[in-house]
Design a protein around this ligand. Structure first.
Ligand code: C2E
Ligand code: MG
Ligand code: MG
Ligand code: MG
Length: 277
C-alpha cells in the first residue's frame, strides 16, 4: 500500500544518502593519506597548435596512486577536496610540481611552450592565492608568461569583488588565464570584458556534439570561436577525438587543440619521448 511504499522509498533514500556519505568519507581519507604519503602524481596532456601541429603547451592533470582512490579521478575527488578544505594543500602541491617540471622541460628538453595548471575556483575567493603564486614563480625562477592558470567558467561569480580582484592580481603577475569548460557556465557574454582572461577553452561536450546529429548545440563551437575573436582571446578546443572534429576546428580558426585524437594524458617519461619526436 501507499504507506508501505512511502516507507520503502524513505528507506531507499536514506540508504542512498548513507552510501554517498560513506563514499565521500572514503575519498576524504584517501586524499589525506595521499598528501601524507606523497601519492599524488601529474599526468601531462600536450596541447597542439592548429596551424603547424607543434606542441605549444602542456596541461598538468592530477592523478592519485592511493589504493583507496583507485578508479577515482579528479572530477570526483576535487569536489571533495574543495568541500573539506584539503584543496588548498592540493593546489599548492600541483603548482609546485608543475613548475618544477616546467623548469626541467625548459632547461633539458628545449620546451618553449606553456605549462597549463588547473586551479580550484575556491582560490578565487582566497586573497592569499596571488601572493602565493608570485612566491612560487620566484622560488622556481619561472617566467610568468610560460604559465597559464585554468579556472572553470562555473567558478566565476558575476559581480563578486574578491573573485575579480584575485583574477586581476594573477593577471598582474604576468601569468595567462584560461576559462576552462567554457560554455557550461553562466557568464553573460557582456561580462567577459570584465575578466582579464587570455584564453577560452571550449568544453569537450561541444566538440563531441559537432557531428553527432542529436544536438543542434554544435553551433556552440562557432559561437565561442566568434566570441573569442571579438574579444581578442585565444581558443583551445578540448576533447578532440576524431580527425573530422580537428579539421572542422582548424577550418574555423581555432588556435590550439587537445584531445585523445592528438594525445592522451602522458606519464612524464612518455611526455619526454613525445617531445623528442
Ligand atoms: P579539465 O581541466 O577540463 O581537463 C580535461 C579533462 O578531460 C581531463 O580529465 C582529460 O583527461 C579529459 N580529456 C581530455 N581530452 C579528452 C578527450 O578527447 N576525450 C575524453 N573523453 N576526455 C578527454 P581529468 O584528468 O580526469 O580531469 C578532470 C577535471 O578535474 C579537469 O577538467 C579539471 O577540472 C580537474 N582537475 C584535473 N587536475 C586538476 C588539478 O591539478 N587541480 C585542480 N584544481 N583541478 C584539476
Ligand atoms: Mg583544464
Ligand atoms: Mg575542461
Ligand atoms: Mg572539466
Amino acid at each position: 500500500d501507499a504507506k508501505q511504499n512511502g516507507r520503502n522509498c524513505y528507506k531507499f533514500f536514506t540508504q542512498e544518502i548513507a552510501e554517498t556519505i560513506k563514499q565521500r568519507q572514503k575519498i576524504e581519507n584517501g586524499l589525506r593519506s595521499s598528501l601524507e604519503n606523497h601519492q599524488f602524481t601529474l599526468a601531462f596532456m600536450p596541447i597542439f597548435n592548429c596551424d603547424n601541429d607543434d606542441i605549444v603547451a602542456i596541461e598538468a592533470l592530477l592523478r592519485c596512486k592511493a589504493p583507496e582512490l583507485e578508479g577515482i579521478g579528479p572530477d570526483q575527488f576535487i569536489p571533495v577536496a574543495e568541500s573539506t578544505g584539503l584543496i588548498k594543500e592540493i593546489d599548492l602541491w600541483v603548482l609546485e610540481h608543475a613548475l618544477q617540471r616546467l623548469v626541467v622541460l625548459q632547461q633539458q628538453h628545449n620546451f618553449t611552450g606553456k605549462m597549463c595548471i588547473n586551479i580550484s575556483g575556491v582560490e578565487l575567493h582566497n586573497e592569499n592565492f596571488p601572493p602565493l603564486v608570485k612566491r612560487l614563480l620566484e622560488t622556481h625562477k619561472v617566467n610568468p608568461c610560460s604559465v597559464e592558470l585554468e579556472v572553470t567558467e562555473t567558478a566565476l561569480v558575476a559581480g563578486d569583488k574578491t573573485c575579480l580582484e584575485t583574477l586581476n592580481a594573477l593577471n598582474e603577475l604576468g601569468v595567462s588565464l584560461a576559462l576552462d569548460d567554457f560554455g557550461t557556465g553562466y557568464t553573460a557574454f557582456s561580462q567577459l570584458i570584465h575578466y582579464p582572461a587570455d584564453c577560452l577553452k571550449i568544453d569537450r561536450s561541444f566538440v563531441s556534439d559537432l557531428f553527432s546529429e542529436k544536438e543542434p548545440r554544435s553551433k556552440m563551437v562557432l559561437i565561442i570561436q566568434n566570441l573569442a575573436e571579438l574579444y581578442g582571446l585565444r581558443v583551445i578546443a578540448e576533447g578532440v577525438e576524431t580527425e573530422e572534429q580537428l579539421n572542422y576546428l582548424k577550418r574555423h580558426g581555432c588556435d590550439w587543440a587537445q584531445g585523445y585524437f592528438l594525445s592522451r594524458p602522458l606519464l612524464w617519461d612518455d611526455l619526454i619521448k613525445r617531445l623528442a619526436e
